[in-house]
Design a protein around this ligand. Sequence first.
Ligand code: F6R
Length: 263
Amino acid sequence: MEVIICPNAKRVGEVAAAKAARIAAPIGAKVVLGVATGSSPVQTFTELARLANAGELDLSEASAFALDEYVGIAKGHPESYHEIIRKTVTEPMGLDPARVHVPNGFADDLPAACVAYEEAIKAAGGVDIQFLGVGSNGHIGFNEPTSSLSSRTRIKTLAARTREDNARFFDSIDQVPRHCLTQGLGTIMDARHVILVATGPGKAHAIAQVVEGPITAMYPGSVLQLHQHATIVVDEEAAAELSLVDYYKQTYANLPDWQRLDV
Ligand code: F6R
């Protein structure tokens, strides 16, 4: 795992986007992005859009696959992930909407929608760069604690803590859906590169468990320790419970020239 500690949230977005641009360059215009919703990746996506619009990153034929979607919220609902991905990814990055995919949480046959989603990812050649946030309980996607470490896209019940955390996006907690469709941990692990971003003190415990704790379904993000190309970009607050902060900082400060990010 590569752990990069940044002074603030803005820098987290810039570094994560620079890392993604570095990975995307040799892949070219047809890069396949895996995209998350929530607060964490917003600055990263803003910066990616800036790079794309400045001609520094070619996303002209890029595809995107969202991690998850609530069940039972219509596509046009402002909190549906279809809508959020449209506003934070598709439009700012200028992606062709036909190439942007979100699980269908409104399908009559939800298990079939999950199978179709896995097939669509496969048909696109797999995800090149998967962006992730992390829940305060260590979830990635909506793979809540005790999720199978090899799970595929499926229906999950949201943990009480996740519903409480996401209540800020709704008028009341009663409106937060109880179920979702989410890429599995096995699906996420198939991505060729993974970039997880986290900011703020509310993520400090989860980040320490994900990066330095045991690999356990109790902190699903810890499965990323088994990924060959996982980069974790955090601010000082989210890094606060890591024990090897000095090591991560020294490593980043002393990267060889060829690995250095131009930010
Ligand atoms: C969202 C997702 C979740 C969030 C996580 C953190 O698509 O898959 O895992 O990344 O809940 O959410 P924020 O960034 O809002 O703290």
